[in-house]
Design a binder for this molecule. Structure first.
Ligand code: NAD
Length: 330
């Protein structure tokens, strides 16, 4: 299949492009390089031996996108492009709503006009709000605590309505849990802009000596050791979930969780990192972060049944590959 990948030079997008190329799909990437670098394109080529087409453009620019659709017939679109920092979205809600919603509307519109049958959207477990784990796809979505989460729930709604009105459009809303790790080659991984929001890049930066210590936000949650529990998933597994979603025969719209179904606490992650990589991670317990929930993990039944996909890699693989990538970074 020929696939348009928006945000294809970002963390999850770049790993997905590699998996698509490994599965002999043709890939056209668009990215505005807001949170990625052109060098990632060359690294994708080094890993896969294939060079995907690349257009530097903004997905909120309808005309620029239209030109790309005039040059190719696409069989599918995977839409990763978006802003993703929860805290920043509270400070810059209009930028988040504009970028995340306009890009989704533009791509959905062009999918309909050009009769692209498959559309895969990067959603997030944040759409479940403050609900009770394991989260399953038929649960009602509770109120989100930040504009970022709201853009994901709104994009899901927009794509669902577009599918109802346009029966030729089939949409998979992939609700990611917590992607970490990196490609085993050590060439591509997560490079956060400024202070990392997420646990794993923070841990690897502490390990490298770039930051003094890790802040652990709260140890008084009702969990195994009091720290927050999340469903960490290796980014390569997550990327393969996109290939499975593309190759599955989905009609209409389906929301599907991509997680492992297992919860791991912050202290368990630190311990696994220290053991696997033989590096001590100094940390300090600080107060809870507003909006964080105690426990989040996926019910993975639907992904297994509908996509014939399940995560294969474990926490050791994740912390090893994350460190391999960070320690290779100049
Ligand atoms: N990483 C996570 O923990 C996580 C969890 C759930 C959902 N998601 C979603 O998955 C998607 C990919 O996440 P990621 O971690 O790879 O993020 P990322 O920032 O690494 O990748 C996003 C890419 O999109 C590009 N981009 C942003 N706005 C654009 C625009 N208007 N036009 C063109 N390109 C644009 C950026 O330059 C970047 O390369 C995002 O939509 C994110 O919200 C991520």
């Amino acid at each position: 299949m020929r696939i348009l990948v928006s945000g294809g030079l970002g963390f999850i997008g770049s790993h997905t492009v590699v998996e698509l190329l490994n599965h002999k799909h043709e890939v056209v990437i668009i990215d505005n390089l807001y949170n990625s670098q052109i060098s990632t394109l060359h690294k994708i080529e080094r890993i896969s031996g294939k060079k995907p087409a690349f257009y530097e453009l903004d997905a909120t620019d309808y005309e620029a996108l239209e030109n790309v659709f005039q040059s190719y017939d696409f069989d599918g679109i995977i839409h990763f492009a978006g802003y993703k920092a929860v805290g920043e979205s509270v400070r810059k809600p209009l930028e988040y709503y504009y970028n995340n919603l306009v890009s989704t509307i533009n791509l959905a519109k062009l999918a309909v006009i050009n009769q692209v049958p498959k559309f895969i959207f990067s959603s997030s477990a944040t759409v479940y709000g403050d609900g009770t784990s394991p989260f399953n796809e038929s649960m009602p979505l509770l109120e989100r605590t930040n504009p970022y989460g709201e853009t994901k729930a709104m994009s899901e709604r927009i794509l669902t309505d577009a599918t109802k009105a346009n029966p030729g459009l089939n949409v998979v809303l992939l609700r990611y849990f917590n992607p970490i790790g990196a490609h085993p080659s050590g060439l591509i991984g997560e490079v956060p802009n400024g202070i990392p929001n997420n646990l794993m890049p923070y841990v690897t930066q502490v390990a490298k000596g770039l930051r003094e210590k890790l802040n652990v936000f709260g140890n008084d949650y009702d969990t195994i050791d009091g720290t927050g529990v999340r469903d960490y998933i290796h980014v390569v597994d997550l990327a393969q979930g996109h290939v499975a979603a593309l190759e599955a025969n989905i009609s209409g719209v389906e929301a599907v969780n991509l997680g492992t179904g297992k919860g791991t606490s912050v202290l368990e992650i630190i311990q696994a990192f220290e053991q696997e990589n033989n590096i001590k991670i100094p940390y300090e317990i600080v107060s809870r972060r507003p909006g964080d929930i105690a426990v989040s993990y996926a019910d993975t039944t639907k992904a297994k049944n509908l996509l014939q996909w399940e995560a294969k890699l474990n926490i050791k693989d994740m912390v090893r590959d994350a460190w391999h990538f960070e320690s290779n970074l100049k």
